[in-house]
Write a protein that binds this ligand. Structure first.
Ligand SMILES: O=c1ccn([C@H]2C[C@H](O)[C@@H](CO)O2)c(=O)[nH]1
Ligand SMILES: [Zn+2]
Length: 135
């Protein structure tokens, strides 16, 4: 269903990766997502001299969509140039669970063409979501 967007998502995530601001960890990450209305948004990690203020690529990518009024997503791709594929951190899993359906696919890819998929429910089972707030 979202397979036709795989290449453009990979390319967008890579472009965002090129702009990662990660002078402290030197761990560059790019992310791209397909919104419900089939637009592509992207983000990179942005670190800070006050290390704890770092924001991951995935959350910046999601924020980019929210800014343009889009709050529903179909899929998200994470791009790194690590030999081992990178899954989203715990904080990002929680934010992903807010905006993606439990069966939405999250994909990690790298520069070697490696690929791995998870569903949102696999990444964060029993997620605390807006439905618990009667939203
Ligand atoms: O899925 C991940 C994992 C880590 N990072 C960032 C946070 C930090 O800037 C650097 C090292 O943790 O990588 C992401 O952006 N996404
Ligand atoms: Zn994260």
């Amino acid at each position: 269903m979202t397979e036709q967007y795989a290449d453009i998502l990979a390319e967008s995530a890579k472009l965002a990766f090129e702009n990662a601001y990660a002078p402290y960890s030197n761990f560059h990450v790019g992310a791209a997502a397909l919104t419900e209305s089939n637009t592509i948004v992207s983000g990179c990690n942005v670190e800070n001299a006050s290390y704890g203020l770092t924001v991951c690529a995935e959350r910046n990518c999601i924020a980019q969509a929210i800014i343009s009024g889009q709050t529903s997503f179909k899929t998200l791709v994470i791009y790194t140039e690590q030999d081992t594929l990178v899954p989203p951190c715990g904080a990002c899993r929680q934010v992903i669970a807010e905006f993606f359906e439990p069966n939405a696919q999250i994909t990690a890819i790298n520069h070697l063409g490696k690929k791995m998929h998870w569903s949102v429910a696999e990444l964060l089972p029993n997620a605390f979501t807006p439905k618990f707030l009667n939203k």
